[in-house]
Design a protein around this ligand. Structure first.
Ligand SMILES: NC(=O)c1ccc[n+]([C@@H]2O[C@H](COP(=O)([O-])OP(=O)(O)OC[C@H]3O[C@@H](n4cnc5c(N)ncnc54)[C@H](O)[C@@H]3O)[C@@H](O)[C@H]2O)c1
Length: 361
């Protein structure tokens, strides 16, 4: 029998990124979407029509009672992930949860424990772990090619244009925060994949009381690395990750995942191809491929998850691995200072400080 998947939350990310892969897995006979669940009946129906025989649910409490599944794919608003992941584990299912795994550090630790205690896998949708260029640079770091502690600068900004089905992403109670809990989760996970666990040194954001931040800057320290992250929902930045060590430098364009720029002791920048491979079948040995775009990274993530469930390998990011990112964001919020946005007038800047959610009056 093929593995039964419950899709929980049927918004933009499912429609855009996951439906094509899930259809492919159904066609290959390795998995079937047995249930789609969303309180908005129309959204559940819109996603359900892509699959052979899914049961539609609008009440989450009915889902696990009526439709047994082996794997819960959770793509609801982030504030719901923790309870829905626990419910899936209690029903005996493995979990693939979209980023951010949860919105509170205490919940991250509790979910990691629930996963360990139950033997159910909790994997997190950190799709960038499947970028060939990031894995290639990680290999260089491991090989000592940079020659010692490195500095990094990571910029990621653009005007928000994701076609969300709900407004949850702009609501701190539902999403945990703003751009840090959205783009920031990807950025911090990339850095964790390269350098290990983060320590937050300082942080600035532009959230006013009652709102969420659209811009944030965080200074971070890792073992053997330190640097700055700047992210934005409302302005383009000089996007990319630059890593500088005593012996070498690399520039990584997150939109061109098959290559990166590198310069070693000769001082000349050159493009390096990245042809890292991931599984694309359940067989042994696995068929493998090099993802060329984000959609193919989503596919690599699904095959890796299904293989982990059958006992071959582990997910790229599990609950314990994702916990540090949530802890770092919580700490960044705890120490947040008002961000000085140069495009504001002096009067607007004064007002932004006065109304800042952390230090404002
Ligand atoms: N990996 C990525 O690149 C990526 C990209 C976009 C979004 N995401 C993540 O995916 C998740 C969903 O984001 P989105 O953009 O699809 O949001 P969205 O607002 O488009 O969709 C959310 C959906 O969840 C539904 N929902 C609300 N309450 C629910 C409940 N109790 N149970 C089940 N479903 C419920 C809503 O009706 C809506 O259909 C978020 O965690 C987001 O961060 C990941």
């Amino acid at each position: 029998m093929s593995l039964r998947i419950a899709v929980i939350g049927c918004g933009a990310v499912v429609a855009d990124l996951h439906v094509p892969v899930l259809e492919k897995l159904e066609r290959a006979g390795v998995a079937m979407v047995a249930a789609v669940a969303d309180p908005a009946q129309a959204r559940a129906a819109a996603i359900g029509r892509f699959f052979k025989a899914p049961k539609l649910h609008t009440r989450m409490e009915d889902l696990w009672r009526e439709t047994p599944c082996d794997l819960a794919f959770i793509a609801s608003p982030p504030g719901l992930h923790f309870e829905q992941a626990l419910a899936a584990i209690r029903a005996g299912a493995h979990v693939l949860v979209e980023k951010p795994m949860v919105t509170r550090a205490a919940d991250a630790a509790a979910l990691a424990k629930a996963s360990a205690d139950s033997g159910r896998i909790v994997a997190v949708g950190q799709t960038r772990r499947f970028y060939p260029n990031l894995r290639a640079v990680r290999r260089r770091l491991d090989a000592g090619d940079f020659g010692g502690p490195v500095r990094f600068a990571f910029y990621e900004g653009g005007v928000f244009d994701w076609p969300v089905a709900s407004g949850a992403v702009f609501d701190r109670a539902k999403a945990g925060g703003g751009v840090l809990f959205d783009k920031g989760v990807h950025v911090l996970d990339v850095l964790n994949g390269l350098f290990g666990g983060a320590k937050v040194l300082r942080a600035w954001d532009d959230s006013l009381a009652g709102g969420v931040e659209a811009n944030a800057v965080v200074e971070l320290e890792y073992e053997g690395a330190s640097g700055t992250v700047q992210i934005s929902w409302d302005q383009p930045l000089c996007n990319g990750l630059q890593i500088t060590g005593p012996k070498a430098e690399a520039r990584i364009d997150l939109d061109a995942i098959g290559r990166y720029q590198f310069r070693g002791s000769d001082g000349n920048w050159r493009w390096e191809p990245a042809d890292e491979r991931w599984p694309r079948s359940l067989g042994a040995p696995a068929a493998e491929f090099t993802p060329t775009d984000y959609y193919e990274c989503v596919e690599a993530q699904w095959w890796t998850m299904l293989r982990a469930i059958q006992g071959d390998g582990a997910p790229a990011v599990d609950a314990a691995g994702a916990a540090n990112v949530i802890e770092a964001i919580e700490e960044a919020y705890r120490v947040a200072q008002p961000l000085n946005l140069s495009f504001l007038s002096a009067a607007e800047r004064g007002e932004a400080v006065r109304r800042h959610w952390r230090v404002g009056s």
